[in-house]
Design a protein around this ligand. Structure first.
Ligand SMILES: Cc1cc2nc3c(=O)[nH]c(=O)nc-3n(C[C@H](O)[C@H](O)[C@H](O)COP(=O)(O)O)c2cc1C
Length: 359
């Protein structure tokens, strides 16, 4: 039987992904204020592992306390967080599925409320568990409180937190480390002229604005060794002439690849509120394909990929090496079962417990 492109395994460094259907990071805002994942995370991520995605990626997981988006975000800067992630990773592995962690720092978009809260789009005050945010500059995101600009020591400490988080993630058993450099969070804030008006070596030219990302990639690669894949999630455009353009990010992707990143997870937007994005099925696939062909680095596409044939075509046509699905996997964590049937492929690794449900 021919294996459809979507179901062909992919090996990056020492990790073989059983297929190209990957879970996109999805913030659940379901931790207590200690950043420790809960049974919700085990069930949410576990259900996608049972559903046989090729990679289960965690939500944005903060590298330190001020790097959270909301007080209910998960993190990986304490022993309790690390131990709880290990339990979740062990379950994902028990299903034969690779586990990835998205390491994140929210920067000036931190200290907000959970995504569904009445206060969303507003800064959470200290008495409700909020904190003073940091950023490259004092430029605020929309109506949020202005951040404190990181000085050199603050930048060095942040990189050290990234390294420490990567070490913890490896101890917890994660197979893939993803650096979140998209959606207007800290690393993207440094990259984009919209949030970065520094005049030192971290501001001005694209090379300077990319410095933080590249330092993080190099530092994480050092602890990851040669075996562990590193992904970088980028916003491939800011969707405004004042911001990052796709050509800028193609250049940044090539630099990140040289610095030790293996795959560019290609998203877009998020640097400032009020910038319209015209979305539609697969609306970011062309951005991913541009990076793949210009920077000559593997990519995954994400964004309104919901249909098995659409997903298969993206991989088969060489526009991306894999697809990430977010909301579709929330609606149907067993999408891979449905997709294999739709593509006329008998999934050889159906869970035994669900065998009687095979079509
Ligand atoms: C509830 C929700 C939470 C999200 N959380 C994250 C996140 O933690 N990190 C991230 O990079 N993207 C996050 N995203 C963006 C998704 O990963 C994905 O890129 C986006 O939803 C588009 O893909 P989709 O159309 O398949 O959902 C989130 C999206 C949603 C809907």
């Amino acid at each position: 039987m021919t294996v459809p492109a979507l179901f062909q395994p992919l090996t990056i460094r020492s990790v073989t992904f059983r297929n190209r259907i990957w879970l996109s990071p999805l913030c659940e805002y379901s931790a207590e204020q200690d950043g420790v994942p809960t049974d919700w995370h085990l069930a949410h991520l576990g259900s996608v592992a049972i559903g046989r995605a090729g990679l289960v990626m965690t939500e944005a997981t903060a590298v330190n306390a001020v790097g959270r988006i909301s007080p209910h975000d998960v993190g990986i800067w304490t022993d309790a967080q690390e131990a709880t992630w290990k339990r979740i990773v062990d379950f994902i592995h028990s299903q034969g599925v690779a586990a990835g962690i998205q390491l994140a720092h929210a920067g000036r978009k931190g200290s907000t409320a959970p995504g569904w809260g009445a206060d969303y789009d507003d800064t959470t005050p200290p008495e409700k568990g909020g904190w003073t945010t940091v950023g490259p500059s004092t430029l605020a995101f929309g109506d949020y409180a202005a951040p404190v600009a990181l000085d050199r020591a603050g930048i060095d400490e942040t990189i050290a937190d990234w390294v420490d988080a990567a070490k913890r993630a490896l101890r917890a058993g994660f197979d893939v480390l993803e650096i979140h450099a998209a959606h207007g969070y800290l690393v993207h804030q440094f990259l984009s002229p919209i949030a970065n008006d520094r005049t030192d070596e971290y501001g001005g030219s694209l090379e300077n604005r990319a410095r933080l990302l590249l330092q993080i990639v190099r530092a994480v690669r050092e602890v990851a060794g040669d075996d562990v894949p590193i992904f970088v999630r980028v916003s491939a455009t800011d969707w405004t002439p004042e911001g990052l353009q796709s050509a800028d990010i193609e250049q940044v992707a090539a630099w990140a690849h040289d610095a030790g990143a293996d795959l560019i997870d290609t998203s877009s937007g998020g640097i400032q509120s009020g910038i319209p994005i015209s979305t539609g099925p697969g609306y970011q696939v062309a951005l991913a394909s541009g990076i793949r062909h210009t920077a000559e680095v593997p990519v995954n596409a994400v964004g309104l990929i919901t249909d098995p044939h659409q997903a298969n075509d993206i991989v088969e046509s060489g526009q991306a090496d894999a697809v990430m699905l977010g909301r579709e996997l929330m609606r149907d964590p067993h999408f891979a079962f449905r997709a294999s049937t739709a593509l006329g492929y008998k999934l050889p690794y159906w869970p035994e417990q669900y065998e009687r449900a095979q079509p």
